[in-house]
Design a protein around this ligand. Structure first.
Ligand code: FES
Ligand SMILES: [Fe+2]
Length: 461
């Protein structure tokens, strides 16, 4: 690290100085929140919409972050993004989702108009304006930077930021191998959580909470967990047979499916249920390995037979590093398991509230009719309609936000081995707040996007 980087980082208030300790005020201090708003969010790639939300010509939706609003619209020349303000006197033009084919966008104040491509097509009484003021460069809708990956449109308010793919790093290849761009929505929920946006994300960045928060999953973990005995010992200690191990694995995947949606889809559970009687080696660990190898094969076969854009799960399992949670800094998650995935997007609202969205995504057969949601179903965070697993995760969060204020709590104490994801991305935030070189920040993001259960790592500064 250069001396100038050190000096810049030292000027960041509440910065992380010990990698294992995250200052509590970072989760509620209004000045820190303002700094994130000014120095982080305007410079990062934000997942603005899933392209399947706007499949037809003229379809548009709106992405908002703080007071910023961007229209994402499907045009003849591809999907574009425009800042959502009339070029005359600034009125917000569109509230998504909607379709503007044929009519374009019309300002409700003085009636100026734009076509789908954002080109101005009409101004009342042009002669009353100075001609130069009505130059197309002036009054066409102002484009916002937009790039695409994983079936999603991402926007960036910074024209000088490295490209989306340069900013993502190897995580993009890991997920591309799983046909991430072919995934389609099964359902989409949103909720407002009474917590800082980072606190909400961190509930999904480690598996160390599974034992207490998701005991139903922990009980069914035939492969054991990294916090107890190793998997061999655990299975031996339980004294379970190979057949019991297979059943336990099927039960685990079924519980993950009912409790989480996306990660394991119903169609996949149906395939796994048929494997309860499969032939397996006599030791429970061998049986578990044989079960997952067969599960990969059978789910692939089933997907292909149904005409789904399925990848070869067995091949990918051998060739590509697997992480049950993949994080794309600063606010997007994809959670692969077999063919399906869950996905999250988190947005700050105020220092102590955030918007949390969850998708269940599936490799659906091409052409199969499906009513794709255009907007999320918004539920209270404690709604019984949420699947079991996110409901359990959400239940801790309001208490955690309260605890931070209770007095005597100075910082989060992180496991260097299991809670590294939290430390790594928090330190990348500091890099943005310190205004480090954008190329350096993009490189650090590659390390930050290393997936679930990553240890605390060197991110280059
Ligand atoms: S403010 Fe939009 S037309 Fe005047
Ligand atoms: Fe959880």
């Amino acid at each position: 690290m250069t001396a100038s980087d050190t000096a810049k980082l030292d000027s960041v208030p509440l910065r992380v100085t010990n990698k294992e300790l995250i200052p509590a005020e970072r989760y509620y201090d209004p000045a820190f929140f303002d700094l994130e708003r000014e120095r982080l969010w305007p410079h990062v790639w934000q997942m603005a919409c899933r392209l399947e939300e706007i499949p037809n010509l003229g379809d548009f939706t709106e992405y908002t972050i703080f007071d910023k609003s961007v229209i994402i619209v499907n045009t003849k020349k591809g999907v574009k993004a425009f800042h959502n303000a009339c070029r005359h006197r600034g009125v917000r033009l569109a509230t998504g989702p909607g379709n503007c084919k044929g009519k374009g966008f019309i300002c409700p104040f003085h009636g100026w108009r734009w076509n789908t491509e954002g080109e101005n097509t009409f101004v009342f009484g042009k002669h009353v304006f100075n001609e130069a003021l009505l130059d197309h460069a002036e009054i066409d809708l102002k484009a916002c930077r937009i790039e695409f990956w994983a079936g999603c449109a991402f926007i960036n308010f910074d024209d000088a930021a490295p490209s989306l793919i340069e900013s993502l790093g190897p995580v993009a290849d890991r997920l591309n191998a799983r046909n991430v761009d072919k995934l389609k929505m099964d359902w989409w929920y949103a909720t407002v959580l009474p917590t800082n946006w980072k606190l909400a994300m961190e509930a999904f960045q480690e598996g160390y909470h599974t034992m207490k928060t998701h005991p139903q999953l922990h009980k069914l973990s035939a492969l054991g967990n990294p916090y107890g005995a190793d998997s061999d010992e655990l299975l031996a200690k339980q004294g379970i047979t190979a057949r019991e191990a297979v059943n336990m694995n099927v039960d685990f995947m079924a519980r993950l499916s009912s409790g989480m949606g996306g990660m394991v889809h119903d169609t996949e559970v149906a395939v796994l249920e048929k494997l309860r009687d499969m032939e397996v080696p006599e030791d429970p660990l061998g049986a578990t390995m044989a079960f997952y190898a067969r599960a990969n094969e059978e789910v692939t076969k089933d997907g292909l037979a149904r005409g789904a854009p399925m990848f070869d799960i067995s091949k990918v399992a051998q060739e590509v590093e697997f992480h049950a949670v993949e994080f794309m800094f600063p606010h997007f998650f994809l959670l692969p398991m077999l063919g399906a995935m869950s996905s999250y997007r988190i947005r700050p609202l105020t220092p102590e509230t955030c918007l949390f969205e969850i998708w269940s995504l599936v490799l659906r057969p091409e052409g199969e009719a499906y009513e794709t949601p255009k907007q999320p179903t918004v539920l209270p965070h404690n709604s019984p309609e949420f699947p079991e697993i996110p409901r359990q995760d959400y239940s801790n969060l309001p208490l955690q936000q309260l605890g931070l204020h209770a007095g005597g709590f100075e910082f989060m104490r992180l496991s260097k081995d299991s809670e590294g994801m939290i430390s790594n991305y928090q330190r990348l935030i500091d890099g943005y707040l310190a205004k480090l070189d954008p190329a350096k920040l993009a490189k650090a993001a590659h390390t930050v996007n290393s997936g679930f259960e990553a240890p605390i790592m060197d991110i280059g500064f």
